[in-house]
Design a protein around this ligand. Sequence first.
Ligand code: UD1
Ligand code: UDP
Length: 373
Amino acid sequence: MSETRKKSERTFKKIFLVLGTRPQIIKSVPILQEALKQDLCIQIIHTGQHYDASLSQVFFDELSPSAPLVNLNVGSGSHIYQSAEIMLRLEKHLIMEKPSLVLVPGDTNSAFAGAIASVKLGIDVAHLESGARSYDMKMAEEINRRLIDHSAQLLFAPTANCQKNLQGESVTGEIYLTGDTMYDNFLNFTNQADKNSIWEELNLIDNDYILLTTHRSENVDDPAKLQGILQTVQKAKMHVIFPIHPRTKERLKRSGISFNNTNIRAINPVGYIEMLALLKHAKIAITDSGGLQKEAFWSKTPCITIRDRTEWTETVDLGVNFITDVNPARITQALKHIKENYTEIKSKFRNNPYGDGKASEKIVRILKEKINL
Ligand code: UD1
Ligand code: UDP
């Protein structure tokens, strides 16, 4: 093939990356960085599912991935509204721009709608973070993951466990065990996090505070559960720093729950580097976040997961992540266990099951091969 034709194909062939939420931007950053290195054109379609600067723009500013080509501005709404509206608004861009492939990261409504709209138009779909399973079909994200995995042609599994889940479900796409791009990101930004002093600015003492996050609808939409989490953490006899997701903030306001003059200090959501810094210096993380469970592992911070199960079972099997649901007795027991066995638990942060930090490099290579670049 002539150099000119190769060049024009390169300009013509592009991949769409459909994202719309905080964790999707974060896990896509290393892919975008790698695509630049390997000369692959990836255009971001931001659905607008997250629109507050603290859940979206902040990550473009601090982690510098390329800017979105377009924002569909879908905003908040029911799962059906959000998914249907994203598909409708995306359709014209897919038809007009004719991407060679659409990449969707994670398990949000944005990923689901991006995958279904694409596959319905005959465009190949690649799923980043494929094969994670919580086996809880009441969870919106579990429904999304499964439907995406059964629609995608390329399935990028972050762990051997995820790969096994996909094989067990006889998915029709090609499965690749790549490692986790969130780990690539963690490695890329860990030095910056080490230099970040947010924890000192917040007057926190190194290794002597709890980092709390909660935003899952099944926890925060029920005032009794939300109140229960906060009351339990108040008894922990440690400072608690609590960056609040807007969903949680709204639910607290609506149900009149307050925790003024307690050991819990609420702050606005923080940037990614600040979050890693808070996590690295915390003694314990308490969370219902998916991504944070893995970042706690890489930061060597014991984690309590306030859900009844997790899709990131590897960290539980290694004995550094404790599943308690929102059960006050189980959370209190886990806190006690971690404090009493701290040195032993800290020695268990070995054998990273999330790859070698080169997931993005592999994924971009596969994407290029797939679209014949
Ligand atoms: C979504 C994802 C969840 C992911 C989370 C990451 C789905 C089904 N859920 O949950 O998997 O873990 O993002 O943070 O896709 N809101 C704002 N500002 C915003 C965005 C939302 O105030 O910029 C508030 C609104 O009240 C909104 C609520 O948060 O109704 C929920 O937002 P939504 O995007 O529907 O779900 P998340 O809880 O953020
Ligand atoms: N995060 C952040 N600032 C915050 C809270 C979380 O940068 O105030 C990052 C966190 O480090 C992780 C990602 O957001 O990389 C996790 O997102 P979230 O918990 O919203 O979603 P989930 O992973 O549960 O889907």
